[in-house]
Ligand binder design. Structure first.
Ligand code: ZN
Length: 322
């Protein structure tokens, strides 16, 4: 995930920190390069709670306090939203648009700052988090900071300062809700170029609300230097789908500094160490409730049908007998 370019004035320090050592990020790497030397320049990157990680779904633990998210402003039509090529990714700026999340096991409100994407290249996937050791084609991160801490910059020093909602992106049919974003990639091939996107809702870019009940949760870090361990990570089970052509456009239309295609923009997975990945209870509970409801409905419908049939029969018999 990236934290730069949220509010220019507020995050200037962070932006400078993140952009000044771009060469050390080791993006545009070859597949054999693990790029694990960030810690030499940024001590926090050597921490024990780093991101991204592989999520082994068989080792997750259900946490009953991981309830449903409440999304504020996600269903509002947004206009004049800036999308910027910052040389490391394409980022859509949401600050000032009054989008926030509550619930989802979070302690309080988190305000949305931006979302951005991670991708690979035309032939290799580029998600940051892995799912049972598989990398998905892309990953979308919506970065929020905790409202009570002030702004994004202030939140970077608090263990629960940021909440990032992450979505794996897989290959599927053309997703017309992403058309505007994908089409405008061609207008911002160079670093620092910006485009305006309008008339879209955040909710339209995501799976439907009821599909957002199932998610994974763990505590981790920024996935770019300076690797602060301040992120409450959520990875949703339901994936977003884009067509292969849409996915390819990211790695072919957008360039890093110096006319080099921006490809393979992801950090390698980091050790889980002593952390446990938690899972929301919605899936198991919903399944149990559905089974219980089906069982109840079947039993009672059968009983009522039987009773009604019996009553009609009795009434009919009476009429007949009259
Ligand atoms: Zn990211």
């Amino acid at each position: 995930m990236y934290t730069n370019v949220a509010v220019r004035s507020v995050t200037l320090l962070l932006t400078c920190t993140l952009l000044s050592d771009a060469a050390d990020w080791c993006y545009n790497r070859s597949s054999s390069d693990t790029c694990d030397d960030w810690g030499d320049h940024y001590p926090k990157c050597k921490g024990k709670s780093q991101s991204p990680i592989n999520i082994d779904t068989h080792s997750t633990k259900v946490n009953r306090s991981l309830d449903n998210f409440m999304f504020e402003g996600y269903d509002e039509i947004l206009s004049d939203v800036q999308m910027v090529n910052n040389g490391h990714t394409v980022q859509v700026l949401l600050n000032g648009k009054n989008l926030s999340v509550n619930g989802g096991g979070l302690d309080g409100e988190y305000i949305a700052d931006q979302f951005h994407l991670h991708w690979g290249n035309r032939t290799a996937p580029g998600s940051e988090h892995q799912l049972n050791h598989a990398q998905l084609p892309m990953e979308l991160h919506i970065v929020h900071h905790k409202a009570s801490y002030g702004d994004l910059n202030d939140s970077l020093s608090k263990p629960d300062g940021l909440a990032v909602l992450g979505f794996w992106i897989d290959v599927g049919k053309q997703n017309t809700n992403f058309d505007q974003i994908v089409d405008k990639l061609h207008t911002i091939p160079n670093k620092e170029e910006r485009a305006n996107i309008s008339n879209f809702k955040m909710a339209d870019l995501l799976p439907s609300n009821c599909e957002l009940q199932n998610y994974y949760r763990y505590h981790g870090s920024l996935t770019t230097p300076t690797c602060n361990e301040v992120v409450i990570w959520t990875m949703f089970e339901t994936k977003i789908h884009l067509s292969q052509q849409q996915i390819n456009t990211f790695s072919t239309a957008v360039m890093a500094e110096g006319d080099i295609n921006l490809i393979n923009i992801f950090r390698s997975v980091q050790p889980l160490n002593s952390r446990t990945v938690q899972h929301s209870q919605a899936q198991s509970l919903l399944l149990k409730k559905t089974i219980a409801l089906l069982s109840y409905t079947h039993t009672h419908t059968h009983a009522r049908t039987h009773a009604r049939t019996h009553a009609r029969t009795s009434y009919a018999n009476k009429r007949t007998s009259l």
